[in-house]
Each structure stands twice: as C-alpha cells, then as structure tokens.
Design a protein around this ligand. Sequence first.
Ligand code: NZQ
Ligand code: ZN
Length: 385
Amino acid sequence: MQNFSFYNPVKIVFGKNTISQLNQLIDKKDKILLTYGGGSIKKNGIYKQVKSALKNRKVVEFGGIEPNPSYETCIKAVNLGKKEKINFVLAVGGGSVIDGSKFIAAAIPFKGKDPWQIVKSGGADVKSVIPFGTVLTLAATGSEMNTFAVISKLSTKEKLAFGTPLCYPRFSILDPETTYSLDKKQLRNGIVDTFVHVSEQYATTNLNTPLQDRFAEGIYKTIIDIAPAVMTGKKDYNSRASFMWCATLALNGLINRGVQEDWSTHSIGHEMTAFFGLAHAETLAIILPAVWKYELKNKADKLAMLAENVWGIKKGTKQQKAKAAIDRTVKFFNFLSMPTSLKAYNLTLADCQKVIDRAAKRRWQIGENGDINANALKKIFKLCL
Ligand code: NZQ
Ligand code: ZN
C-alpha cells in the first residue's frame, strides 16, 4: 500500500425532502448565486423546492450551464457574480452544473489576467474560492463530494480537468427523489460513469490493498445489483438511494487511498467528447474494455480479482478470468443499452486520428504505468472498432 493522507470535509445531507434544509446550511448574511442547467429543475419541481427553502434570502440566478460546461458560458456567470458581489454559489444540477460552478467560484476571486489559466494550471493557480454548496440532481460524477471539475473550451475544442482542495463543496444535498425525472439514457450514463470511476481506481496494479479493494467491489456489486431496478425508470426509492450513494462514494477520494490509479479511459474519453460530442459515459463504455484488453498483462491480477469477487467467476487461469471480466463488463454495459464500439457512433479510425495527434502533441504517457502514448492509443482505438 502506498503512503497517503485523507481529507474530505464535505457535509452530505442525504435523503427525502432534504432540500428544505438549505436555509440552515447557508449563512444568513450571504448573497447567493444560484446556478443551474438547461431548465430540467423547472420542470421537475426542484427549482420550486430550492426557491421555497431560500425565500426571503438574497438570490441572483444564472441558468443555462450546458452538459460538458463551457468556459464561454461560465465566464458570463463569473461576470454576473462579480457585478452582484455574491459571496456564496449554490449549484443545482448534475455534474456539469456542479463542475461549472466550481470554476465560477474559483474564477470570481481570481487575480490573474486569463481565468482559463485556472483550468490550464490544473487548479494549481487557484488561491481562493468563493464558498459553494450543491443540490445534486443526477447520480454519476461524484463532483458533489470531490475537488474536480471538467471544463470545455469551445473555441479550441479542449476539455480539461482541474482540481484543488479549495474546491470541496461546503455541503451537498443528495435527495434520491430528484433522480426520478431522469430519462433512461441519463440513468444508463450515470451507472456506467460510476462503474468506470471504480474501475480506474481498482483495475490497476495489485498493491496489496484488501480493504480498498473490498470497498470498490462493494460499489461494483451494489451498482450491478440495483441496475435492473434503476433501468425500469420507475420511482423506486431504495434503488435510487443506493445508486446515488454509490456514485458519490465511487469518486470521493476513499477507494483510491494508497492504491495505484489509471484514469487513461477518462483522459481519452474527454478528448472524444471534445471532438465528437459523445456524452461522457458513452466515451467511457467504448474505451474501458479496449484499455483493459491492451493492458491485459499488467492488469491481469486485478481483472481476475474482479472476475472472482464481483462476477463470481471461479474457474480458469488468471488470464482466462481476466478476459472473462472484460466480457462480463461489456455484457453489463450492453444490458444497459450502452454501445461499446466506435462503429455504433459511425466513427472510424481516421476520425480518431485527431485524438491521437493531440496525444502526440501533449506527449501523453498515461495509465498507471505511463505506457499509453500516441502509438499505444492507435492500437487501443483499433480494439474499439
Ligand atoms: O441541464 P439540465 O436541464 O439540468 O439537464 C441535464 C442535462 O441535460 C439533465 N438532468 C440533470 N438532472 C436531471 C436532468 N434531467 C432530468 N431530471 C434531473 N433530475 O441531464 C443532462 C446531463 O447532465 P450533466 O450534468 O451533464 O451529467 P453528468 O452529471 O453526467 O455530468 C457530466 C459532466 O461531468 C464531468 C463530465 O466530463 C461531464 O462534463 N465529470 C466530472 C467529474 C468530476 N467533477 O469529478 C468526473 C467525471 O468523470 C466527469 O468527467
Ligand atoms: Zn467519469
């Protein structure tokens, strides 16, 4: 096990009818910038619940943060926040609204000339952040309990992540009932994103971390168990509650303590969203099985462990079990109606050359062993056809 420190100060308020607690969670003196997305919260009653909890409070609103939040949109919110002298940001939405709001909260007090530097520096140039909280409406990213944000720059077709301990939300309200209005595609995407988050921290090198492994397997098993109930689209509280908590715990800095991490699937996937407009989870479902096949030898220990402890495959050699884990994972994604090939999106190797060129330009050496460079990426894309 590697050395580590562990710190996560996010207050989670979980359960039915918890949005009403907003008034107590935000200081009475604060002037709030309420940020949201394309309007789903106005259709499903969440906006009404938030406004009713914050009645008699000073609130300025900014809507229109799009999926894969853009720098260009977020900057408009930054200007509004500065003009209105707000001192608290409340994000109400999915990962995109929360990520966009992390950027907004960091960019309002930013002293540098170009706020894109916040993203380009990976968060290192962030010196202070306006306090912010979240009301989560979509289980997937874990952004509600972590320090990361992924922001897209439309003008350059870039999609980059930044993170700093200053970007922990003060609190996050997780009411599973807010997910009742998600459509089946969004539910599917959330399940796959959660599964791949666990994978990027579990299917790496075996460093003898049994507790972390059992935590990860617990999330895998729970998400696989509840997936059929979630995918019916019915208002089933218990499966939605477990789904939401799984997604949060999959990327809140617990299961990756002391382990080796991969994140190559996410790095490649972000480029595919930037170039081809695929949803985040759609890119992951194509890339993860291919990365696993390409890295079969290096990941054999952990993939065999996945086969045994999660998929219940007890027979065969380590290699056979590792391969079976990949097959079962692909089958699981397909069961969710999630495609796992480039072909499903009419993408060819020639299209993917853009991603390979960018990997070459950025001198990528990603994956837990730093062995995925532009050449390797070409081979990985061939495995995605
Ligand atoms: O914009 P609105 O109208 O709210 O609609 C959204 C959006 O169209 C809708 N939606 C959200 N909650 C809903 C709802 N519709 C009905 N009922 C509800 N309760 O769902 C659509 C997708 O929302 P979005 O926030 O984009 O989805 P998600 O939570 O999957 O976030 C994806 C973004 O997060 C980044 C991704 O790259 C992507 O940009 N990620 C952030 C991470 C992090 N901060 O740690 C890690 C992840 O790996 C990921 O990269
Ligand atoms: Zn993700």
